[in-house]
Design a protein around this ligand. Structure first.
Ligand SMILES: Nc1ncnc2c1ncn2[C@@H]1O[C@H](COP(=O)(O)OP(=O)(O)OP(=O)(O)O)[C@@H](O)[C@H]1O
Length: 354
């Protein structure tokens, strides 16, 4: 099997013994390890962003690799593919699924996970294996090694790559919902975490330029976004109902999961297995409201604050009233352009190693 863009293929013979090092404590393997029961070696494709978290992802990955080989190499073909730049993870993932990989595992932050998820789709449809004899589906995996790693927070995963590898070894899968965003050009864009509009999206746009400062980038981005910000009236259609005007919207957040911006629990009731988004709207907020309620935004207790509302929805259409075309849209921290946009949930659309 040859995967597009793969820098290195590491396949250990079945007979090789476990390698122990400082990162490899003696873990219980026998009962839990599904792969041992199977005669077929699994093809696992690790999509690694070496530049994630300011280059820390690449360094951590190198340290992790010997442990990964020792834990999984007996039963799996471990294919490592380093991304060469933005969007490369999308192409690698599509190619791996078409070739029949058992799992594509994002190694990096939320941006890398977002790209891998977008690689599960093409032309508005899920990508599938080209070989009709292959019956398994490709699962999504994650080793969170980014700056924010917000999706891992919703899953309540500890910040431990060894735990993530253990999950891959066990191979348990569960289905998650994915959000899809379509614009006037008809192109679909997929997200697993939170899509957001206006001030927070503008803050995310600026934050992405300051990633070298780690989590501080979100604070710098927010401060920059406040300059020249105006709350705006938006036209919103929920679940194919009637258009309604939401006045003086500061930010609108569409959560498939709970966190964004490096740990802010913006949509605290969102659940990627619920079949619905949680949509949280902040209206008529001034800069001092953010200072006053910042701790509540972080711990997810802001829904009872005045001018904050929350609804559950499976589709949402949003347009601006003024027609200035300057309302920012982002999803999973990636800038997508400006309103209008339509948001739909695709229930249980990806199998995730959980
Ligand atoms: N080789 C590369 N060089 C530069 N940028 C890359 C490369 N590979 C991927 N990228 C881009 O880096 C972006 C950010 O990566 P990633 O999400 O892994 O780390 P992060 O931003 O530090 O973490 P988080 O998104 O959790 O805050 C991705 O959206 C991707 O487009």
């Amino acid at each position: 099997m040859v995967y597009y863009g793969i820098a290195l293929v590491v396949a250990m013979p079945k007979s090789s013994s476990l390698i122990h090092n400082s990162m490899a404590p003696d873990l219980p393997t026998a009962a839990a390890d599904r792969f041992a029961a199977s005669s077929r070696r699994r093809d696992l494709v690790f999509v690694v962003n070496p530049k994630g978290a300011n280059g820390r992802t690449g360094k951590d990955w190198k340290k992790l690799l010997p442990y990964l080989r020792s834990r999984l190499g007996n039963h799996c073909n471990i294919c490592e593919s380093l991304t060469s730049g933005p969007c490369h993870a999308i192409d690698i993932t599509r190619e791996a699924i078409r070739e029949g990989a058992d799992a594509v595992i994002a190694v990096g932050g939320d941006g890398t996970l977002h790209e891998v998820i977008n690689g599960f789709f093409w032309g508005g449809k899920p990508v599938s294996c080209q070989d009709p004899q292959v019956s398994h589906t490709t699962a999504l995996g994650l080793i969170p090694l980014g700056t924010g790693s917000d999706f891992a927070r919703t899953l309540k995963w500890k910040n431990s790559p060894q735990d993530a590898i253990e999950r891959i070894a066990k191979g348990q899968r569960s289905r998650i919902d994915i959000g899809v965003i379509s614009g006037e050009d008809g192109e679909s864009h997929y997200f697993n975490n939170v899509a957001d509009i206006h001030l927070t999206a503008k803050a995310g746009y600026y934050a992405s330029k300051y990633k070298r400062f780690g989590n501080l980038c979100y604070v710098i981005g927010a401060l920059q976004a406040f300059f020249g910000h105006h709350n705006q009236d938006l036209k919103i259609k929920v679940n194919e109902g009637e258009w309604e005007v939401y006045s003086q919207v500061t930010a609108l957040c569409i959560g498939n999961a709970k966190f964004f911006g490096g740990g802010m629990k913006i949509t605290p009731n969102a659940d990627p297995t619920s079949g619905n988004f949680e949509v949280v709207t902040l209206q008529d907020f001034k800069w001092y409201h953010f200072i006053r309620y910042l701790h509540r935004l972080y711990n997810g207790t802001h829904l009872s604050v005045k001018n904050v509302s929350s609804i559950s929805a499976h589709t949402l259409e949003i347009e601006e009233v003024s027609g200035n075309s300057n309302i920012y849209v982002q999803s999973d921290g990636e800038f997508l352009g400006f309103l209008p946009r339509k948001f739909c949930i695709l229930p249980t659309s990806i199998e995730m190693i959980s």
